[in-house]
Design a protein around this ligand. Structure first.
Ligand code: MF3
Ligand code: CO
Ligand code: CO
Length: 260
């Protein structure tokens, strides 16, 4: 959405901060031996009982759980399961979307389970850099293609590939809306950014080839075709008068801003 009033922007700030706080809350629980269903249950309880937020994924287009948990070669939309027990060396994306007061906050982060593996750590670090480079392009007058371009260039310069089938999105009172924010493309192309626009940037970067497949049995789980690792980070941002504000910044991130 495009926010037109300070009140609307404040509601999106609150939703964004709450989504980020779920990630900070769940981090210490991401350990070898825990199931992804347990992580879902802990997040669900925190959202509903402590935050008084609504987990947006639950029943969204039939999605059965409150968060997405995407492990190793799962690109996105992994369904939490009691059968999926995290083991040392796994990597996992946890994607949180809350609704507060009718407004959505959407963000995701990668975690190492136990001891990081060097090749996974490199993929995760480059994927976070891709997101940060995309964010750094955002200002009035820039174009969506500028964001996609810098993400694709950084991923491919590091011999990784960018998933094409899924993209960032406009967000606000609606979970997914226009525009589509592609994570590849050409500078100077696409929609021109205007103050007040709110959207996500959420690059999915594969260690191997870019191609993905959708699990036909559950209709949700997206994996890499070649079975190699995939990583993703997501932030929700607003275009400001002179740049960008990251609405889902965690306290250990460079653009985190303390507010009253
Ligand atoms: N949070 C995801 C996104 O970033 C969407 C998940 S949809 C669900 O857009 F149904 F899988 F939860
Ligand atoms: Co999103
Ligand atoms: Co998300």
């Amino acid at each position: 959405m495009t926010v037109n009033t300070p009140e609307e922007l404040e509601k999106m700030r609150i939703a964004g901060r709450l989504a980020a706080e779920v990630l900070e809350f769940i981090a210490p629980y991401v350990q070898p031996g825990v199931s992804t269903a347990e992580i879902d249950r802990i997040c669900h309880e925190y959202m509903v009982d402590t935050q008084k937020t609504v987990p947006a994924p639950l029943n969204y287009q039939g999605f059965p759980k409150s968060i997405c948990t995407s492990v190793n070669d799962v690109v996105c939309h992994g369904i939490p399961s009691d059968k999926k027990i995290l083991k040392d060396g796994d990597i996992i994306n946890i994607d949180i979307t809350v609704i507060k007061d009718g407004y959505h906050g959407d963000t995701s982060e990668m975690f190492h389970v136990g001891t990081p593996q060097p090749h996974a750590e490199r993929l995760i670090n480059i994927t976070l850099e891709c997101l940060y480079k995309g964010i750094a392009e955002v200002k009035p007058g820039a174009r969506l293609g500028d964001i996609g371009h810098v993400i694709q260039r950084h991923a491919e310069a590091n011999y990784y590939s960018v998933v094409r089938e899924y993209c960032g999105h406009g967000i606000g009172t609606v979970f997914h809306e226009e525009p589509q924010v592609l994570h590849y493309g050409q500078r100077g192309t696409g929609l021109e950014l205007k103050e007040g626009m709110i959207f996500t940037i959420e690059p999915m970067i594969n260690a191997g080839k870019r191609h993905v497949k959708l699990n036909p049995k559950d209709g949700w789980t997206v994996t890499t075709k070649d079975g190699r690792l995939s990583a993703q980070f997501e932030h929700m941002i607003v275009v400001t008068k002179d740049g960008v504000e990251v609405l889902t910044a965690r306290s250990n991130e460079p653009f985190f801003r303390k507010t009253a």
